[in-house]
Each structure stands twice: as structure tokens, then as C-alpha cells.
Design a protein around this ligand. Structure first.
Ligand code: GLN
Ligand code: ZN
Length: 773
């Protein structure tokens, strides 16, 4: 079977590929360079080799058009700042002295200058460096790197398409530079920025680029009419350039919504759209906008952010529909493959019956090629691939791992009452006060204590079989002893065991839950040279045995003071894993919540009077568009309450959140119904305490008074001043004293001193409180 438009050969293409190399060679080279072990020439050679290897791999797999410019030594948004000459004044000297060192100074700071701020790239776990702009910013074009990488690919005989962060997204991701009024809107710089993009485009054209891709993911967020007008203006101007390559404007992570007709009408040559998950709505929106007559459509039909094989038959159906809407349809992943690991075939430890459900960057590439072939030559040409795909999908759907009847029965039986504590907060508070007998302004910490080199070595030794379990456990016990005795000596009121047995908390719980898979090589870039290996939540979740009881009980046996049980909440367990795509997230969250509920129950039965369920990621997985917020927050808060709802009234449930900007989830924080919440607040001078108070938050709050993201030791006066600030918003009966977050990234000397200051500050402020009878 042939369809006429399909006959115009569809191409398979990607927007970006994992940068690190099979053995994270990039990380090693960059960190080696920082340490002076690798010189600049060697670093550049390694980078060029990694790029060439990735392009070759793509080309060999059958990708028709490879991306260039997606590679980065650190971050592609930082690269864009360099490309447009947006170097903050404080970094200029370093950049002038040496471009590469200056680049890393912007990324990481130096002794003398602070780095650019870092924040999350949309709702992924990748972090970018925030451009700093102001009314005085002067843009200048530097296309060197883009041109050089395009030339590298061309020299290998490959058809390449340079990928740039688009001008509108670049400005929307920027923030006012230090010293610039907060009201400054970087988008007002658009007219200054466009000529710089024009220059870069002309340079790429001169180098031989036929197409250039401009990524505009910021347009999938809710945008004001003014922002949409700016978008129209930007692409009217770039489209009108005479000396330019053909322009492909790409969006991903969600539907374009109101921005779709704006881009469809713009005088550009093609659009790349996401058709996966909620972004599938782009299909109807595109039809409603009249399609893309005369233009190229790059269809993101393979999810670029998850690790699961594609449903090829379903994708072909989408592609067939799209053929009627554009002049030419090509096949792509929904977004850059940067967000998935490199190669699933490297996972030798995963049961081969399960590994066949997995598609990392390499496997996704093969899917794209198959789809492009099917689209061009008809399904007959890919019959074998389709049959294998159907069998793999069927094996996943019918597997006992993805369908555990006991887990299913349990989630189905959940009632509203399960997600509610048995008594309202005031009654619980009374019961807890009676049981715990804590002073006003009680002190505590967020959970982890410093992860020393010795602890890491012990863990590595256990994994490698150099030490046995008993030796390892003695080592952990010794650490817990030290942590407990330090806290007692310092006079902290609610103790923690210090989490020495956890490297990464999500990984720690994932390893103990049935339904989760661990990978050996599944690295994804989080930021710069930091890579994480998220566990894969593959099946129905259950808890074969208690996960934390042993260490919490051991810690409690050492002291008369309460030791907080310490768990990671259901939303965070999902946010920092690869989650399944074959059921609603809310259902997956419920399964995890029920497993945690059993842990809460075991801890409480063993005598824990205080249990903390961390949800640092609650805010970060908030959907990109406001329309999705209510539904997300409903299942997210329900899952938290389900995990804690079974606790008796006199068990005090704590939760913890960090990464600021709580403003738009204050209602959800209240909905958690936790008895105590600790929050990051030191850097924002307790702002969140005021916000919670204004929102009428009725329960106990511990806004952090010690900024743990810095090695700085706050003195007593500083901590006391923050506490007094907190007291302006939250009454002493409901205010806790704690650091911003866990202490695992800090060193012991600074932690010791800081916590002593924190306790002294709490005593001082407590003693100054008006006495009540
Ligand atoms: N309990 C965890 C810790 O202290 C919390 C981590 C987090 O908030 N990111 O490390
Ligand atoms: Zn935290």
C-alpha cells in the first residue's frame, strides 16, 4: 500500500543526543580539565570524538538528518548566552582571559565571582544556567561553535541540522541581572537580539546548512498576548531574512495551544511538534489551524523523555493523519534524547523479558527510522518490526510485573477515609504535645548528616564484595551512634538517624520496592558534569519487607529523645524516577503511597512518635500549563495523605520541601495535612513563613534558618534574627527551628558549628518570649 504524499520520503531525525558518551567520557574529561589533569586540547579532542561517535551512530542507524550544536561542555542555554554575547559583567574578565575558563566560570563561579543561577529546564530533571540580562545588555553574535560543529558533521559526509535555543525562549528563560530592577522584562530586548540571530543564521547558511532548528519550548507554557505578539514579530523578522537557511521552529513538552496558530502563520519553513502524552492535543489544534500547507512538519511521535518502547502501530496512525496536514512529514522523538540514557542493551542485569520493553536513546533512534520507513514505503516494508513491537507490547501488558492482582485490589479498595487522619489537626496537636512534651521552638534537622568519604567507600566496598554485609552494617551503626550522640550533646529536640545507609534516597527506596528496576549505565545529565541514574518504575509497586525500620529502631534504642522516622514521599518517588506510561500517574502514586503507608505503620508500631515523609519534588512536577495544576495537585496530595493517613493521632507527621517558590502551591501544602512542614527559607529571608501565614496555614512550620547550599556557617545572631523574622508570621506554639534541607552534602566541621549556633539561637529566642502561665 502506498499513499501519494507518503511517497515523498519521510526523514527520521533527532533534536539532540546524550552528550556524555557510553562511559561518561565527557564527565571525566571536563572534571579532569578542572583539576588540571587534562589540558584544553585534550578536552576538545575528547569532545569532538564524542560528537563524531554520536553522529556516526545516528547515521548508521539510518537517521537522515543529524543534529549539531546540541552538544555542550556544560549546558546549552549557557552556550546560547555565549553565542549572543550575553556575558555578565562579573565574568567578562575571565572570558576575555580564556574563553573556556571563562565559560566554566560562568557555569560554576570562581573564588571571586558567583556563577549564573541554575534552574530546572521546564519539567525535566535537567538544569540550565539562567541568562542574566538588563536594559544595558548589548548582544553580539559569536557563531564560532555552531559553525564549527556543523562543519565537523559535514566533514563526515552527514546531512546536519544545527539546533539553537530560539530567541523567544532564550529571553523568556532569562532573569534580570543583579542590580537590575526586578520589574525588568527581558523580552523587551527582542529587537536587539534578533539581528544577532540573523547573523548566526547567515553564518550557518554560509557554512552550508540547509535547515536550522530553533527550539521554542517556552511557548508550550501559558503565554500572554504580548508574549505571543513578540513571537509573531520574531518569526516574521527572521522569516523575512533573505540570507538564511530554512527555519524549523521546534516545541516540545506540551501542546503549543495559542502559540500554534501564531507559528503556523509565521513565514518559517517548518514546525516540529510534540504529539505524545498531553501534547497529542497538537493534532486537533493543528487541524483547526488549517495545517501547515507548503511547510515541513516534524512529528514528535516517540516519547523522548521516557524509557519505554513506542507503540509503532499507534504512531503510524498519527503520522498518517498528519500527512494530510502538511507538505512533508518527518519523524522525530518528542524532544531531545538528552533526557534518556544512551543504550538499553547495556543493561545486562535486567531480565531480558523485561528489557525488551525498554527504549533508551539508541533504541528510540531505531524506532524513528522504522517509522520513517513505514511512512514512506508502507507498513509492508516494516512488517517484521511491527510484529516484534506488538509482541513486546503484549508481553508488557500481560506481565505479572505490571499487573499484580493484590496491588490492584488494594488500590481499588482505597476510600476517602484512608486518605484522612482519624482526628482533625487541633486534636492531633494536643495528643502529640502530650506525648512529645517538646519545648517551644523545638529544634530538629531534615534527615541526612554528612555523607563522609568513609561511608561512600563502605558502600562501594559492599557492592564490590570487598566487605561483607555484617561489616557494612557495623559501619552504619557506628555512624548512627555518632550522629545521635552529637545531636544529644548539642541539645537538639527531635533527632534523626542521619541516613548514612542512603546514597540517593529515591534509589534507596526503589531498591527495596517490588516493581522498580535499577540500571547500571542509565545515566542522564542533571546539570554540568552531574549525572543521575533514575530508577525505573516498571510495574505494580509493593513492599516485601520493612525498608527503614532496622536503622530507625537502632537509632531510637540509643536515646530517650524522639527519633524521626524518615521516608521519601510518593510524589518525589515518581518525580525522580522514570515512570510507567501505561497507566495514569495518579494510580502509580497510589501504589507507592500504600507501600509507604505500611512503612509508616511499622515505624509507629515500633514506637516512632515522629515520622517525616519528604516531598521535595512536589512543586517541580507541577504541569507546565495552569490548566493541568488542579488535577495534578489532587492526586499528588491524595497520595501523600494516603501514605500518612493511617498514623494514629499522637504520631506527629512531618513533611519537607525545598527548591523555593512555594507561592503557587500553598493550597496544596495545606492539603497535605501534615502536622509539621519544614521548608527551605534562609536565602529568601523567611519569605515562605509570611506567605503561609497570609494563606491562613493552620499547622506547625519550620522555615529553614541555615542555608545548607553554602559552606558558610551562620552565626547565632543571624539564625536568631531569622527566627524572630519567622515569629512575625508564625506564633511560637507552631514554629520549629531547623536547617533548610538535609546535610549530606556538607562537611562535619561546618555542620557541627552551624547546628550548635542554631540550638543556641533557638534557646535565646525562646528565653526572650513573653511567659505564659
Ligand atoms: N530527608 C532528606 C535529607 O535530609 C531530604 C532530602 C531533600 O529534601 N532533598 O537528605
Ligand atoms: Zn530539602
Amino acid at each position: 500500500m502506498t499513499s501519494k504524499s507518503a511517497a515523498a520520503a519521510a526523514r527520521a531525525t533527532v533534536y539532540g543526543y546524550p552528550r556524555q558518551g557510553q562511559n561518561r567520557e565527557l564527565k571525566k574529561a571536563v572534571e579532569g580539565y578542572w583539576k588540571g589533569r587534562v589540558d584544553a586540547g585534550e578536552l576538545r579532542r575528547t569532545a569532538a570524538e564524542l560528537r563524531a561517535a554520536a553522529w556516526r551512530r545516528l547515521a548508521e542507524a539510518g537517521v537522515d538528518e543529524v543534529p549539531t550544536g546540541d552538544f555542550s561542555y556544560y549546558d546549552h542555554v549557557l552556550d546560547t548566552s555565549v553565542m549572543v554575547g550575553a556575558i555578565p559583567a562579573r565574568h567578562r574578565a575571565a572570558v576575555e582571559a580564556d574563553a573556556l575558563d571563562g565559560y566554566f566560570a560562568m557555569a560554576r563561579g570562581t573564588q571571586d565571582v558567583a556563577p549564573l543561577e541554575m534552574t530546572k529546564w521546564f519539567d525535566t530533571n535537567y538544569h540550565y544556567l539562567v541568562p542574566e540580562l538588563g536594559p544595558d545588555t548589548v548582544f553580539t553574535a559569536d557563531s564560532t561553535r555552531q559553525v564549527a560543529e556543523f562543519a565537523e558533521a559535514a566533514a563526515l559526509g552527514l546531512t546536519a541540522r544545527p539546533v539553537l535555543v530560539g530567541p523567544v525562549t532564550y529571553l523568556l528563560l532569562a532573569k534580570p541581572a543583579p542590580g537590575v530592577t526586578a520589574g525588568f522584562d527581558p523580552l523587551t530586548l527582542l529587537d536587539r537580539l534578533l539581528p544577532v540571530y540573523a547573523e548566526v543564521l547567515a553564518d550557518l547558511r554560509a557554512a552550508g546548512a540547509e535547515w536550522v532548528q530553533l527550539d521554542e519550548p517556552a511557548l508550550v507554557q501559558d503565554r500572554t498576548p504580548a508574549e505571543l505578539n513578540a513571537t509573531a514579530r520574531a518569526y516574521r523578522e527572521l522569516g523575512a531574512l533573505t540570507d538564511r537557511p530554512r527555519l524549523l521552529v521546534a516545541s516540545y513538552f506540551d501542546r503549543l495551544g495559542a502559540a500554534l496558530p501564531v507559528l503556523a502563520k509565521a513565514p518559517v519553513d517548518g514546525l516540529a511538534l510534540d504529539f505524545t502524552g498531553p501534547a497529542a492535543a497538537n493534532l486537533d489544534d493543528l487541524a483547526a489551524a488549517g495545517g501547515l500547507p507548503g511547510k515541513r512538519l516534524v512529528a514528535g511521535v516517540v516519547d523522548g523523555r521516557n524509557v519505554w518502547i513506542n507503540d509503532l502501530t499507534a504512531s503510524l496512525k498519527t503520522l498518517a493523519t498528519l500527512l494530510g496536514l502538511a507538505d512533508r512529514v518527518d519523524v522525530a522523538a518528542s524532544c531531545s534524547l538528552l533526557h534518556v540514557p544512551l543504550d538499553a542493551t547495556a543493561e545486562r542485569d535486567i531480565d531480558p523479558r523485561i528489557a525488551r520493553w525498554l527504549a533508551f536513546a539508541r533504541q528510540k533512534t531505531a524506532e524513528l527510522v522504522t517509522l520513517a520507513r513505514g511512512l514512506t514505503k508502507g507498513t509492508g516494508a516494516i512488517a517484521a518490526e511491527l510484529a516484534a513491537n506488538r509482541a513486546d507490547l503484549a508481553s508488557r501488558a500481560g506481565s505479572a510485573l505490571t499487573h499484580d492482582p493484590a496491588v490492584r485490589a488494594r488500590t481499588a479498595a482505597v476510600t476517602d477515609a484512608d486518605a484522612r487522619r482519624s482526628l482533625p489537626y487541633p486534636d492531633r496537636a494536643a495528643a502529640q504535645r502530650a506525648r512529645l512534651g517538646l519545648p517551644l521552638l523545638p529544634t530538629t534537622t531534615i534527615g541526612s548528616f554528612p555523607q563522609t568519604g568513609e561511608l561512600r567507600a563502605a558502600r562501594a566496598g559492599l557492592r564490590a564484595g570487598r566487605i561483607d554485609t555484617a561489616t557494612y552494617e557495623r559501619r552504619i551503626e557506628a555512624e548512627i551512634r555518632e550522629v545521635i550522640s552529637f545531636q544529644e550533646k548539642t541539645g537538639i529536640d527531635v533527632l534523626v538517624h542521619g541516613e548514612p545507609e542512603r546514597n540517593d534516597m529515591v534509589q534507596y527506596f526503589a531498591e527495596q520496592l517490588t516493581g522498580y528496576l535499577a540500571t547500571r549505565h542509565g545515566w542522564v545529565q542533571s546539570y554540568g558534569t552531574r549525572y543521575v541514574r533514575p530508577p525505573i518504575l516498571a510495574g505494580d509497586i509493593s513492599r516485601p519487607e520493612p525498608m527503614t525500620l532496622r536503622w530507625t529502631s537502632f537509632a531510637q534504642s540509643l536515646t530517650d529523645r524522639p527519633v524521626k522516622g524518615m521516608l521519601t514521599g510518593p510524589v518525589t518517588m515518581l518525580a525522580w524516577s522514570f515512570v510507567r506510561d501505561d497507566q495514569p500517574l495518579g494510580e502509580t502514586a497510589r501504589q507507592v503511597a500504600l507501600a509507604l503507608r505500611d512503612e509508616v505503620d511499622d515505624l509507629a508500631t515500633a514506637g516512632s512518635a515522629v515520622i517525616q515523609v519528604d516531598e521535595p519534588a512536589l512543586r517541580e512536577t507541577l504541569p507546565l500549563r495552569a490548566a493541568g495544576h488542579a488535577a495534578y495537585l489532587a492526586w499528588a496530595t491524595e497520595a501523600f495523605r494516603l501514605s500518612t493517613g493511617g498514623a494514629a493521632p499522637d504520631v506527629q507527621i512531618h513533611t519537607h520541601m525545598c527548591y523555593a517558590e512555594f507561592g503557587d502551591i500553598l493550597r496544596a501544602i495545606d492539603d497535605l495535612d501534615a502536622d509539621v512542614i519544614s521548608l527551605e527559607a534562609a536565602r529568601s529571608h523567611m519569605q515562605v513563613a509570611g506567605e503561609l501565614a497570609t494563606a491562613g496555614y493552620p499547622r506547625e512550620v519550620g522555615p529553614g534558618v541555615y542555608d545548607i547550599h553554602s559552606p558558610r556557617v551562620p552565626d547565632t545572631a543571624e539564625a536568631a534574627a531569622l527566627l524572630r523574622k519567622g515569629l512575625e508570621a508564625i506564633p511560637a506554639e507552631r514554629l520549629w527551628v531547623n536547617p533548610d534541607c538535609g546535610l549530606k552534602t556538607r562537611g562535619w566541621p561546618e555542620v557541627r558549628e552551624s547546628l550548635e549556633h542554631l540550638v543556641t539561637a533557638a534557646r535565646e529566642v525562646r528565653d526572650g518570649l513573653p511567659t505564659t502561665s
